[in-house]
Design a protein. Structure first.
Lengths: 360, 265, 270
């Protein structure tokens, strides 16, 4: 058991047929993502850890303190736990201003009004919300509200930071902007952090470790690469579908730092995220003839056989996950270290503007 | 269309038959009293009568309807002042029986009365106490006792007006706890034991069949209430209205009223 | 269907004619009796009619008892509404029916029931009176009790509805931020139902202010002690119509003033 982090074994029954059964162990300073589809049990996990739902069996210990242990008849009420939650819909109190929302946790714990407002004010500034302190939540944009929710959770200096789908309520552009903010504050938070999401990019970008949850149980846990290269279930395989590459676009070319990719969109410019499905990358022994603008020579750095499908990872100049059939692998005699040519059609590369990318 | 015709005709026949019955009371060969052998009176008869006449007039209604089967008497019972207001505001009524002259005079002055009102009964006041007289009330002097719960009719209701006169006659300043809007409300509270004493009519006390007891008021203090009755000028049923008034004044009517404690004028 | 406008520009469309006609009829239901009252008002005699202490006493009693009833309704009604909305106790359906009962019963029947329960010979009234000498009928407190009985359902029903419709997740969020149950109630739940709470209180006050049947049956009618404005009107109707109309006018003016003034507040909150 970790002295300071989160150590939880959760078994919760909801309704007739749903049973949550998972173990989580998160040391301080580490971010774990719980990644899964809707109704997988993510909200149940949040509720159980926050104390809004008691466990049926199992145990939750945080920072050395047991929060929930049905067998020992221990249950710490939510208000006595130090779990900071950023909720999916933020749940900012509509009748309180931004500063009062942020100060709420401190005031509830008995901190004086002056001190609460002062500390809340610091966090408001830290999250770039200065000037919005007296606004009501109804007058905030999605991105602003999300930052208020984050400040509200962080100001109380919790022992565990729980982010329940923090970005899913935002539109795509804002989401990309806020991802940076969230990443920054996750890094500066010293305790354990649990990120709940259904978006694989979010998990890959923000977490150190990913636990994939389906129907109440974890089907796979590991690093981003583990998930991508060695999927244990079809869902995971689909999740890890795409490659994500950062770069700077200009006139139809994305500079990834180590390589140039030709893309179909000539209008986008600036930092971007490029996505390429592994099955959209074709493998050749020699330089391919024909149209693909993107083709280069590389080598196989990793190879995984998964029955009929094979996943391999390319080496320099650009590391990508490629998926081909077992037959093709044999035909091309591919193994670790083997040389090959890969090609990608410009139209198969998805582009997304990434405004925070330059700072990464 | 032609499919419905037999149904329509049958319905019409039924309606006519029903209407017909109410006006052909003699064809069935019923025995009728001599007083109404020629009774062709029919229709509704609206009688506005003071609340204190409730029980007595209920029997009068039955008797009158028995003698005049074509007539349906509808009793509108309330405080005389409420009835007065209704008549003055144009509410339909055939006969007005008031518990005092004041209200009848107002109606006469407004020109609503046909002919002259006639006094048909008299009523005397009596102290009303709950069964068993728990507070031991013996006379009007007890009404000055602050510790007792005393109720009177509101000043503008005849029994309230007369009650206060009686108290004045006796030289008593009453410690009133409530002014009830009408006699029935006052009686109900006395009956329930929520009030220790009140002043109502003799007839009212009698009407409770022992649930409320009476304590007599000495003659020199008591007030005699004259009850006038009159037919109204705008009576919807001008034929039956005077017949009703006449019935009330007749020997039969008086006998009924006497049995309830009213005295004949 | 487009409307004709200057240069063919589409103007804002008027509401459908049927709705306007029916709506105006609906408005007439409220306005016509009020106009009748205004037509009958003896305007020149008004100051004289209103100067007696009958009116002053009645107004004072009406205001004091209606406000007291509203306060009592708030103190015990809000907790009741909370229990009804949040706790699954046995017999909850029956309680919901009981709470609605004063709305359905004729007020006089309500007054009679109060008498049977709290009167001098009442179920609870008798032992209470014998033990403490306390007597509610024919007293000003009796008026407050009668008013509370008929008006409290408005508050309970409004608040219960609001609590049911409240998104409970906010209370969960407050708990994770360290707020105990009392703090959640005080700083999150009640503020979030504030518009409904205010609406409920205003309706309760209005009902208490206009109460007649239960008051006259339970508390009786005595100037200065139990004769509220509605009772004064009723009594005045028996002798002097002008006085009755004058007092009615006072009631209408006071009620309208309060209701209109508070309505503005409602919207500001929202």
């Amino acid at each position: 058991m970790n002295g300071e982090g989160l150590d939880a074994k959760l078994q919760v029954r909801r309704g007739e047929s749903f049973q949550l059964d998972l173990s989580l162990s998160i040391p301080p300073g580490r971010t774990v993502a719980l990644l899964g589809p809707n109704a997988a049990g993510k909200s149940t996990t949040v509720a159980a850890l926050a104390g809004l739902l008691p466990l049926d069996r199992g145990r939750i210990a945080l920072a050395g303190v047991t929060l929930d242990d049905p067998e020992q008849d221990v249950f710490v009420v939510p208000e006595a736990r130090k779990v900071g939650v950023v909720f999916q819909d933020y749940l900012l109190f509509p009748h309180l201003s931004v500063i009062d929302n942020v100060a709420f946790g401190l005031r509830s714990r008995g901190v004086s009004r002056e001190e609460s407002l002062a500390r809340a004010g610091e966090w408001v500034d830290r999250l770039g919300l200065a000037g919005l302190a007296t606004r009501k939540p109804a007058n905030l944009s999605g991105g602003q509200a999300q930052r208020v929710a984050l400040a509200r959770a962080l100001v109380t200096e919790p022992d565990l930071l729980l982010l329940d789908e923090p970005l899913s309520a935002l539109d795509v552009t804002t989401r990309v902007e806020l991802r940076r903010t969230v990443a920054e504050h996750l890094d500066t938070f010293s305790g354990p952090r649990l990120l709940i999401t259904h978006d694989p990019s979010e998990a890959f970008l923000l977490a150190d470790e990913i636990h994939v949850i389906e129907s109440g149980v974890v089907t796979q846990a590991g690093s981003a690469d583990d998930i991508r290269l060695r999927p244990h279930t079809p869902y995971v395989a689909d999740l890890a579908g795409s490659n994500l590459v950062q770069g700077v676009a200009s006139d139809g070319v994305v500079d990834t730092g180590s390589h140039h990719l030709h893309i179909a969109d000539h209008t986008v410019s600036g930092p971007v995220l490029a996505t390429i499905r592994p099955s959209a990358i074709s493998v050749h022994l020699g330089e391919p003839a024909g149209s693909p603008r993107n083709s280069w020579k590389t080598e196989v750095s990793l190879i995984e056989h998964l029955g009929e499908r094979v996943r391999l990872r390319t080496g320099a100049p650009l590391s990508l996950t490629v998926e081909i059939t077992e037959d093709a692998t044999r035909a091309l005699d591919l193994r670790e270290g083997a040389e090959m040519w890969i090609s990608i059609k410009a139209t198969e590369i998805g582009i997304e503007a990434d405004s925070e990318g330059a700072k990464r | 269309m032609s499919r419905f015709r037999p149904v329509v005709v049958a319905a019409l026949l039924l309606v006519l038959a029903a209407c017909g019955d109410s006006s052909e009371e003699t064809t069935a060969g019923e025995t009728t009293t001599t007083a109404s052998a020629s009774s062709g009176l029919e229709g509704d008869l609206l009688v506005s009568a003071a609340a204190s006449l409730t029980d007595a007039f209920a029997e009068v209604e039955s008797a009158f309807e028995a003698a005049n089967p074509g007539v349906d008497v509808l009793l509108n019972l309330a405080g005389s002042s409420v009835l007065r207001e209704q008549i003055l505001e144009g509410a339909p009524a055939d006969v007005f029986a008031s518990a005092n002259n004041f209200n009848m005079d107002q109606v006469v002055e407004a020109g609503e009365v046909d002919g002259d009102p006639e006094i048909f009964v008299r009523n005397l006041l009596q102290i009303a106490v709950p069964s068993g007289n728990p507070a031991g009330v013996t006379g009007l002097d007890d009404f000055a006792n602050v510790d007792l719960l005393i109720g009177l009719c509101a000043e503008d209701v005849p029994c309230g007006d007369f009650g206060r006169t009686a108290l004045e006659n006796a030289g008593v300043t009453p410690a009133i706890d409530t002014n009830e809007p009408d006699v029935r409300a006052l009686l109900t509270k006395i009956e329930a034991g929520e009030l220790d004493a009140g002043i109502t009519y003799v007839t009212d006390v009698l009407s409770t069949n022992g649930a409320v007891e009476g304590v007599d008021i000495p003659e020199e203090f008591n007030v005699i209430a004259d009850y006038p009755i009159a037919t109204l000028v705008n009576a919807p049923n001008p034929d039956a209205a005077p017949a009703f008034a006449a019935f009330v004044l007749s020997a039969e009517g008086q006998a009924i009223l006497n049995s309830y404690g009213f005295s004949s004028p | 269907m487009t409307t004709q406008g200057l240069g063919g520009r589409r103007r804002r469309r008027r509401p459908p004619a049927v709705l306007i006609i029916l709506g105006v009829l609906g408005l007439a239901v409220f306005v016509v009796p009020f106009l009748g009252l205004l037509a009958r008002t003896p305007w020149t005699d008004l100051p004289a009619l209103l100067s007696g202490d009958v009116v002053a006493d009645a107004l004072r009693l009406s205001l004091v008892t209606s406000l007291a009833a509203t306060a009592i309704a708030a103190v015990v009604g809000v907790p009741l509404a909370w229990l009804m909305a949040r706790v699954e106790f046995p017999g909850r359906a029956l309680v919901q029916g009981l709470v609605t009962l004063p709305l359905v019963l004729p007020p006089v029947v309500g007054g009679a029931a109060l008498l049977f329960a709290l009167g001098r010979r009442g179920l609870i009234g008798e032992p209470l009176n014998q033990a403490t000498g306390l007597l509610l009928p024919f007293s000003t407190w009796g008026v407050v009790v009668a008013n509370t009985f008929v008006a409290m359902p408005f508050l309970v029903i409004t608040v219960e509805g609001a609590l049911r419709n409240l998104d409970r997740r906010y209370e969960g969020a407050a708990a994770t931020l360290g707020a105990g149950r009392w703090t959640v109630l005080r700083r999150v739940t009640l503020p979030m139902i504030r518009p409904s709470l205010i609406a409920g209180l205003v309706l309760t006050w209005a009902r208490a202010f206009g109460e007649f049947g239960a008051t006259i049956t339970f508390a009786g009618n005595l100037q200065g002690r139990t004769q509220t404005l509605p009772l004064a009107v009723f009594v005045a109707l028996e002798s002097d119509r002008d006085v009755a109309v004058a007092i009615s006018l006072v009631m209408v003016v006071v009620s309208l003033a309060v209701l209109v003034a508070l309505r503005e507040r409602w919207w500001k909150v929202l």
